[in-house]
Each structure stands twice: as structure tokens, then as C-alpha cells.
Design a protein around this ligand. Sequence first.
Ligand code: ATP
Ligand code: MG
Length: 138
Amino acid sequence: VEHTLAVIKPGVSQEQQNNIVSQIKEAGFSISQVKETQLTRDMAQMFYKEHKGKEFYDSLLDYMSRAPSVLMILSKENAVNEWRELMGPSDPEQARQCSPGSLRAQFAQSILENVVHGSSNIQHATDNIKFIFGDGDM
Ligand code: ATP
Ligand code: MG
């Protein structure tokens, strides 16, 4: 099995969080670990360092650090890509057109406030899982 880091971003209601978790399980992922944490701006920078310098970077760091997030290790064959498919495209308009069943099509407010995060490749998944959950066993 492969592991990926999934994050339910700040500002998602408890009801929507439960709905998202149900859809994750229905899609066949195991949730190996869960942690609710309010990311600091520094932690958010670590997550999104590849976007440093973009015009939305500061608002992204504000958004990610303004309230608690739910961080999960999802495990499944091909977990990295399958979780990104379940999330859908970053832009909810696009998600609603080309991936209407995706989580962002259902719940995202805007391209910034788009509800969920997933690692973009196995290396990022490994690094970010270690960063959030440490080296302990899964
Ligand atoms: P994530 O990395 O959060 O899983 P992603 O890989 O689909 O999402 P990225 O291109 O890595 O998208 O962008 C990271 C995050 O930055 C997006 O999820 C969104 O919150 C924000 N973002 C991306 N593009 C824009 C934009 N044009 N305007 C505002 N915010 C944006
Ligand atoms: Mg990304």
C-alpha cells in the first residue's frame, strides 16, 4: 500500500468534515492516523514552499493557519493519485464541470478556500507525513 497526507483545511463545518471522512472511507482508503491541529504560518510555509512568491501565497498562509485543520494519513494502493482524484481540481468551477463528484466540486468556496489538500507525489507524501506525524509507526 501507498500512503498520502490528506488535510481538511480550516473553516469546514463538523458536518462537512464527517461527510468528507465518510466519502474517504467509501472510496476504499484506510485512515491510518488522524490529528487535529491548528497549523502555524511556519508549518503552512513548509507545506506550500513550492508556491513561495506567487501572488496568492500570503492569503494561502493566512487561510491555512487561521483555524484548526484535520490531518490524516490515507493508505491505499495508488493513494497519492487516488486522493487527488477524489479532491478534484483546485478551482471549484473547473471541479464542478469536469469532476462533479469530487470533494472540491461539492464543498469548495473558491480556488483559495478549496477545502482539502493532498500530497502531489510520493516524495512530498513521505516528507509531509514525517513532518506532521513524526517517525512513529503507522
Ligand atoms: P493542494 O496543494 O492544497 O492539495 P493543489 O495541489 O490542487 O492543492 P496547488 O497548485 O498546489 O493546488 O495550490 C495550493 C493551494 O493554493 C490550493 O489548494 C489553493 O488553496 C491555493 N491556490 C492555488 N491557486 C490559487 C489561485 N490562483 N488563487 C488563490 N489561491 C490559489
Ligand atoms: Mg499542491
